[in-house]
Design a binder for this molecule. Structure first.
Ligand code: SF4
Length: 366
């Protein structure tokens, strides 16, 4: 397709591509697919000098009790469920100490929207981390959680974020984004914050100097246009704030009975060209705005994640240690990948591994 070639040439010349052009790229097949791969890989190579980064971190999920009822979620349960949990501050202290002993530079803390919690609990979590080691970076609380806290605290999003920052919040995961198209959100997560509320939390965080990641959960009922609309929202925010550290495409993991009823889409974990196209298009579309594209080895599996390193991806995410959310949703791939394993996967791909911190400062080359 001549058109695809023209668009790729624009991208190679570092010219911003439009949403319509990105959509054309998401649809290409055949030899144009190879050309797309080469362009994304070349842009990534020039930006990152063949380096692939990873972080030594630990996830802490403090509760799985949640009543938001997102249709895709297999993590949340009611507080009556025998598998429900809510960690005490003492248990969180142990988790953070374990992270420190494992030389984690970051703890990533998220949980369900549990009505038993009060705002002080969230603040306590943040204070505990800094008490144990003020050098550990606290990457915590999704925009959904921050929105909930603003109700608990009876104050604005901005003021809640200010309190969280004061208590030790260093950065936030840009989760709860799913697909930032309200018609889709109404079906898959009707009780979650709307697109504009998500944008409001993220922009407020950036304004306060709290960087965030950006994510997209794809591969359910959305179409390709929705994916591009989502990417465009992220690019526009970044033009304004420069507060995103990375973009993480997250494939929907497993056939889920609730969501299956709403669609004929085959909701099965199967990864292939469509995923690789999305990674490559994200690299091209976000070029010069969001420099880091991360693969989720937990969801994709380490081998497919390794392949993604040739499609514009330059970050292998974290070692993790505890990852309940994807695991509950059916991801087969573990809860821990040792740094040595990551290093060997990256090297086997012909790339240069480097340990980084949350804000992409490079710490150690291998
Ligand atoms: S995705 Fe998050 S907010 Fe939605 S039900 Fe699950 S835990 Fe609750």
């Amino acid at each position: 397709m001549l058109e695809a070639k023209k668009i790729l040439r624009k991208a190679e010349d570092s010219v911003e591509i439009s949403p319509d052009e990105a959509l054309i790229l998401l649809k290409i097949t055949g030899k144009d697919f190879t050309a797309l791969q080469q362009t994304a890989d070349q842009i990534c190579f020039e930006k990152k000098n063949n380096l692939v980064s990873f972080i030594i971190n630990r996830n802490i999920n403090f509760t799985n009790v949640c009543y938001q009822g997102c249709k895709f979620c297999s993590f949340s349960v009611s507080n009556k469920n025998k598998d429900s949990f809510l960690k005490t501050i003492e248990e969180i202290r142990e988790d953070v100490t374990e992270a420190k002993n494992a030389e984690c530079t970051e703890v990533c803390i998220q949980g369900g929207i549990n009505p038993e919690l009060d705002f002080d609990y969230y603040l306590e979590i943040l204070k505990i981390v800094k008490e144990i080691d003020s050098n550990i970076h606290t990457h915590a609380f999704s925009p959904q959680e921050v929105f909930y806290m603003s109700k608990l605290y009876g104050s604005s999003i901005y003021d809640v974020l200010k309190e969280l920052k004061k208590a030790g919040l260093d950065s936030m995961p840009g989760t709860a984004a799913e697909i930032l198209v309200d018609d889709i959100r109404k079906v898959i997560c009707p009780n979650k914050i709307t697109t504009s509320q998500w944008i409001d939390v993220i922009k407020s965080a950036h304004e306060l100097g709290i960087p965030t990641t950006s994510t997209m959960m794809y591969g359910h009922i959305e179409d390709l246009k929705d994916r591009i609309e989502h990417l465009e929202i992220l690019r526009n925010i970044q033009k304004e704030t420069s507060g995103f550290t990375e973009f993480v495409p997250l494939p929907f993991v497993k056939e889920n009975p609730l969501l299956s009823k709403l669609t004929d889409f085959p909701l099965k974990p199967s990864y292939g060209m469509a995923d690789l196209k999305l990674f490559a298009v994200a690299r091209i579309f976000l070029n010069n705005y969001i420099d880091n594209i991360q693969c989720s080895w937990v969801k994709l599996g380490p081998k497919f994640a390794q392949v993604s390193l040739y499609y514009g991806v330059n970050d292998f995410s974290g070692t993790l240690m505890e990852e309940n959310i994807s695991k509950s949703a059916g991801a087969e791939f573990g809860e821990y990948l040792a740094p040595e394993e990551m290093i060997s996967i990256i090297k086997a791909a012909g790339k240069k591994p480097v340990q980084r911190d949350t804000l992409y400062k490079l710490l150690k080359f291998y």
